[in-house]
Design a protein around this ligand. Sequence first.
Ligand code: GLA
Length: 695
Amino acid sequence: MSNQAVKTWHLRDDHQSLVLASFDNRLPEAVYWGPALPAGENLETLAAASLMDVAPGMVDRNAGLSLCPEASETFPGQTGLAARNLAGDVLAPAFRFESEAVTEDGLTLVFADRDLELNLVFDLVLTPGTSLLKLQTRLESANEITVDWLAAPVLPVPAHTGEMIEFSGRWCSEFLTRRLPFSPGARMRDNRTGRTDHAHFPGLIVCNAATRNTSGEAYAFHYGWSGGHRMVAEELADGRRQVQFGHASASLPKGLHFDTAPLYATYAAAGLNGAAVRFQRHVRDHLVKGAKSPRPVHYNCWEAVYFKHDPEELKAIADRAAGLGAERFVLDDGWFGRRDDDTTSLGDWVIDRRKWPDGLTPLIDHVKSLGLQFGIWFEPEMVNEDSDLFRAHPEWVLGPIGQIRGRQQLVLDMSRQEVRDYLYDRIADVLANNDIGYIKWDHNRVLPVIDSRQAEGFYALVDRLREDFPHVEIESCSSGGGRIDFGVLERTHRVWLSDSNDALERQRIQHDAALFLPASVTGSHVGPRHCHTSGRTIDIRLRAWTAAQRHMGFEMDPRELTDAEADILREVTGWWKANRDWMMQADILRLDCPDPAIIAEQQLSQDGREFAVFVALARTSDQILPRPIRLTGLDPEARYAITLVNRDEAPRLSRGAPLLKSRDLEVSGQYLMSHGLTLPWRFPETIWVLKGEKI
Ligand code: GLA
């Protein structure tokens, strides 16, 4: 074995090392992935040292767990590629090294099977600054082939990480996390909905049983693709473990070129937060381009008026929203065609003159005179049968006409150039003739057919609009959080995290979404007093502060607010505006609390000088008094001044004298991280907000 020819490569920064080795020109294997190795490490020795024994009952050489495990190697698990020629014969390439190109921050490695006329290309980048690996695989074939599965570069996860955190969810409950043990065999998630989907956020975190938010190791993955993905987390009989991500099964059309989406991956030594911060920063600093700064406070009229659009009423609502502090007014569904409910008009992107006899201009002018920007809702990829578009072009529909409808609507085939051109023309017309700075781009159903060309068509349309209307921001919505991924975030500026404006549910959703999403892109709105999606009645303080943890907005009918509620909302909005410059650039650090009734996070400014802590009491605790909240990421030597921002909310039943109830605290970072903050007692379904500053 030791006389095998070895080629090695090393992607490294201060946080992590990924060492690849190709033995005898075969596909490269990650022979090390973990904490950064010292500069002088001999990579050939590492490669040789990674070779495992061969025991009875095994084939005579262990197949490499390569960046694309191969059937031709008798790989004893899920392979990275499954392809057929047009006659249906299975292709089992044996790729060999062809060439390498070292780029500024990474590598491109090319391997080929000359007999089958196939090339396999790996693009591997370690993003400077954010320490996120961005990995892509491309397959090129001289002849047309069918590809049933192509994994983005496949990485092993080490034997000492025995658990995985995966994501599921549903409408109004996105980003549900579930912790599972790794065990022999493959855990497969195949999202066959054609969109990112509520139930399938494409992420995975592999960790130890002991890994928490603030401690322990984590290997985290995200597949940046909006068209549905497949994930395989497999433990082989020999003990090795692999993680694969690619497009959903059977979603690739036959052809000559096949690209995976980028797989983002990172190793973090400092708990789940270590990985979360890298994803958050990557979205904020690398993916999102051209977001308005400062982030404006939104007002969205959906839960106030639904489809009932009356210009005078909406002006009155805008007046109130402006008075509360809103800076952007978003006109939601209902302004086009004859859209009086959700049975009609999708596709007819023409202003409804019954509702808007003078067009949108009077409302836009009014909104602008109040100092707000104007935004508007579209659901471009959809069509109702009751629409002029469908009557003219029934052939533009994706999938068989007999398919089950979703929200009474059908989907347009976005792979067709004429469909994209039509949508471009309609949307561009509205944007060119109205002063619009924002689009809420919706997608309210799963697809009847899974085909990667649908997501590619969507990307092409957004890209074209972005290019021609660079000042227009876009929010990705899909019945709430059904299309949230780094593919869409490369093209948009905000996500509508969930249709749940229930602040208690929102606390949980935004807490878990922070494993990947920064505050600056995560929309969070103050909903109606009686929540429309959960039926709960929630106090304005919890509603307002929950929205103030992310990109803040309002979505209730502001006319329902009492004067006292309006005062509180104005005050919290003022606080958010005073802090947004640093908070929208801050890291969201999830705090570990020994009390499961608590959802707590700390937002730490980039320079470490400021932080805010939000401690939500989602339900009544088992113990009678609050347990101290331990902070994280502070300088142990430095001293910090801590204010309980909303200390006046301490109820009468809180009879003791915790210091923060009456005055500010000045202590070391060490104390805050080791002992933690002692808060006053209060009712469930409330929230404490603290502000800290380095002295
Ligand atoms: C979806 C969105 C909502 C709203 C409606 C309009 O459900 O998630 O926020 O825009 O569509 O029909």
